[in-house]
Design a protein around this ligand. Structure first.
Ligand code: SAM
Ligand code: SF4
Ligand code: SF4
Length: 357
């Protein structure tokens, strides 16, 4: 059974809200904007910000380097003019940003924003879920890799408790979030039992599990292809215990390959940046907490928009910068990685906690 609440309202290109359509060098439209509101995090996940690695020498942004909420809103209003209809707030851990629900309310007030989502580690949802809902947040994605309390803490650097995240997810359901997704990053060392436990727990409930292949995002996780579990293995494993069938994408550019349970108990998704890259339909621009626009998750350079967000600089100037950046975009890192792993992996890249996934 397909959970209709999770279908994007942006199904057909002609329904896109836009004044100006812009396309990059590979004819990909600009449709989604991911805004990181903070680079700090209360977790230290092994695949993102492992403790005792180079991250401990990274200098987190100071508060006065963050884009302010009015600056983020201004940027969002410009991006929607160029075709963006979906915005995702991310981080670091976005719920560490004070008064985040105020920003949600501002972004929700932009009529062209048809889908406003947040990705969080879930550890502070208990305190913030109601305010986010009241402010108009449409969807929540919670990152949760295991239901084993000890493994959970091991993965996140012994920073948080599983119980709090599960309580947060339950609260989101209770207060009526229509679509909740659970992001699971899989690394080789995670046993099959943990994967099946997650499926068993969420099957038939509202949240949709999405298994994500471990990516070579940033440099501090010291990624190696050997640590990747191909999604096809997980599909096979789950199918053996809970029969599945593939279903069509909800919309152009959807990153997850979707499957539904044959017994009608919901669906799951697989995000396959390593084994089946989806650069060809990548419609996402990303802005870091200090206002740099990145055309790709694996970029090593972003265009600094912050100096142009001063009140005395007209919107047209900013629009031109964003447009020309997107029009020149040639990024397809994952496709190239698939062809040549060795030549890609040592390049310096922005870290995942700076750009938000
Ligand atoms: N802190 C929030 C969270 O964890 O949900 C938001 C930011 S986090 C960088 C966004 C997403 O990226 C999370 O779902 C996380 O699991 C995923 N992620 C981080 N590092 C990853 C990696 N190396 N490979 C695949 N996914 C990763
Ligand atoms: Fe923090 Fe999210 Fe990165 Fe984990 S994945 S360290 S929760 S930013
Ligand atoms: Fe998009 Fe870059 Fe990921 Fe390809 S590698 S899907 S271009 S973010």
């Amino acid at each position: 059974m397909t959970n209709l609440n999770c279908e994007s309202p942006l199904i057909a290109p002609k329904e896109q809200p836009r004044n100006l359509r812009i396309y990059d060098s590979f004819d990909r439209p600009l449709r989604d904007l991911r805004i990181s509101v903070i680079d700090q995090c209360n977790f230290r996940c092994v695949y993102c910000m492992p403790q005792n690695q180079r991250i401990e020498h990274y200098t987190f942004l100071k508060q006065d380097q963050w884009l302010t909420f009015p600056q983020i809103e201004r940027l969002a209003r410009l991006f929607v003019k160029l075709g963006v209809g979906k915005i995702r707030i991310t981080g670091g851990e976005p719920l560490l940003r004070p008064n985040l629900s105020n920003l949600v309310g501002k972004l929700k007030g932009i009529p062209e924003v048809k889908d406003l989502a947040l990705t969080t580690n879930g550890s502070m949802l208990i305190q913030h879920a109601q305010a986010l809902k009241d402010a108009g947040l449409d969807r929540i994605t919670v990152s949760l890799d295991t239901l084993d309390p000890a493994l959970f803490r091991q993965i996140n650097g012994f920073r948080g408790t599983l119980e709090k995240v599960l309580d947060g997810i339950q609260l989101c359901q209770k207060i009526g979030f229509g679509c909740i997704k659970i992001n699971v990053v899989l690394q080789k060392n995670i046993g099959h039992r943990h994967i099946l436990d997650l499926v068993r727990y969420f099957k038939g409930r509202k949240p949709i599990l999405r298994f994500i292949e471990y990516m070579d995002a940033g440099n501090c996780n010291h990624w190696s292809p050997d640590a990747v579990v191909p999604a096809s293995e997980i599909v096979k494993l789950i199918h053996e215990h809970f029969p599945l069938r593939a279903v069509r994408s909800n919309y152009y550019g959807e990153v997850a390959s979707r499957y539904e349970f044959l017994d009608g108990e919901g669906e799951i998704g697989f995000i396959t940046p390593i084994t089946q890259p989806f650069c060809r339909t990548c419609t996402r621009a990303r802005v870091s907490a200090d206002g740099k626009m990145y055309p790709c998750l694996f970029a090593n350079h972003g265009t600094d928009l912050r100096p142009f967000l001063r009140q005395d600089i007209p919107d047209d100037v900013l629009l031109n910068i964003i447009q020309s950046d997107w029009r020149n975009r040639k990024d397809r890192y994952s496709e190239l990685r698939a062809k040549s792993l060795s030549s890609q992996k040592s390049l310096p890249k922005i870290e995942m906690f700076q750009i938000g996934g």
